[in-house]
Design a binder for this molecule. Structure first.
Ligand SMILES: CC(C)(COP(=O)(O)OP(=O)(O)OC[C@H]1O[C@@H](n2cnc3c(N)ncnc32)[C@H](O)[C@@H]1OP(=O)(O)O)[C@@H](O)C(=O)NCCC(=O)NCCS
Length: 267
């Protein structure tokens, strides 16, 4: 396993170092200009690159900015990427921990971001490894996205919240807290989850666990009306931190998207 050096960006060179990796990961259409990143850094935001020894090109980076949500300051993490050869190396977690430390120093206790709900790897990373949770599902959050990975698909996003000051998060990052199993979620009455069957969505957990009697039918019109809705659908067993008691149908029309590989998660 390679060792990484985390370099926090304080100048334009540090911010510009992310550009090639942004392009490689998402294509040039969704690039955040380094000048904007630097302005963000000068106003409480955070940019850091991770470098492997003797490799001058960043192996990964993270970028986020200061925000306000429900009257409280929080950090919105807009981008996280690790170059293909370095995936599975622990660098992604190291970058998130550097971001966490920056935020804790500022007295901020929640880091949030949006995640493509059909990205099983990102779900495993966010919920299973980081110990984040979600309560909100945004339909077509960014509207049409022109980049190579999102073109022609609705940009549905889960809003992920990471309680960085919480003891459970601390323990999860140290491997001292187990991510809840799908069975735990099903016991809570979440009957709509789909089990992955290799690379394909598997059968619904509906036959295994009856929904709570107080929960409305999965086919009922949702009672909420804004575009920000409570979490209502998920594709695989990789999101064990869904809020119990909510329900919905699987996004069958988008299952084709699930097999396509990467997409921006924190954009
Ligand atoms: C998301 C990203 C930064 C994570 O970095 P990474 O090095 O791949 O992350 P890790 O390997 O530490 O964690 C991913 C986990 O998902 C698992 N995983 C991989 N593919 C999976 C799949 N298809 N289904 C479920 N889990 C999967 C991995 O095994 C790993 O879990 P483990 O360590 O318990 O085995 C990186 O994949 C990336 O740059 N993706 C493209 C950009 C992106 O989507 N950015 C937004 C990130 S939220």
């Amino acid at each position: 396993m390679p060792e990484f050096r985390i370099e926090v960006a304080h100048d334009i060179a540090g911010c510009a170092a992310t550009v090639a990796l942004q392009e490689e990961t998402w294509s040039g259409d969704v690039i955040v200009p380094p000048q904007l990143m630097l302005a963000v850094v000068h106003n409480g935001g955070f940019v850091a690159c991770g470098y492997a020894a003797e490799d001058p090109v960043p192996a990964g980076f993270v970028f986020g900015f200061l925000g306000i949500h429900d009257y409280h300051f929080r950090h919105h993490s807009h981008m996280l990427a690790v170059r293909d050869p370095y995936r599975g190396s622990g660098l992604a977690q190291q970058l998130k921990e550097a971001q966490r430390d920056h935020c804790l120093d500022q007295g901020i206790e929640i880091v949030a971001w949006t995640m493509d709900p059909l990205e099983a790897r990102n779900a495993r990373f966010n919920f299973g490894k980081l110990g984040a949770y979600t309560r909100t599902y945004h339909r077509d959050f960014y509207g049409a996205m022109p980049d190579k990975l999102n073109q022609g698909l609705p940009s549905d996003r889960i809003y992920v919240e990471w309680p960085i000051g919480h003891d459970r998060t601390y323990k999860r990052l140290r491997g001292e807290d187990r991510a809840p199993a799908l069975e735990d979620a099903e016991r809570e009455g979440i009957a709509y989850l789909l089990r992955a069957d290799g690379d394909r969505p598997g059968s619904s957990g509906g036959s295994r666990a009856a929904p709570r009697s107080s929960a409305p039918s999965a086919k009922a019109t949702p009672p909420w009306s804004s575009s920000a809705r409570p979490m209502a659908e998920a594709r695989t067993c990789s999101c064990p931190n869904l809020v119990p008691g909510m329900r919905g149908q699987s996004p069958c029309e988008k299952q084709v998207k699930a097999s396509r590989g990467r997409s921006p998660c924190e954009t």
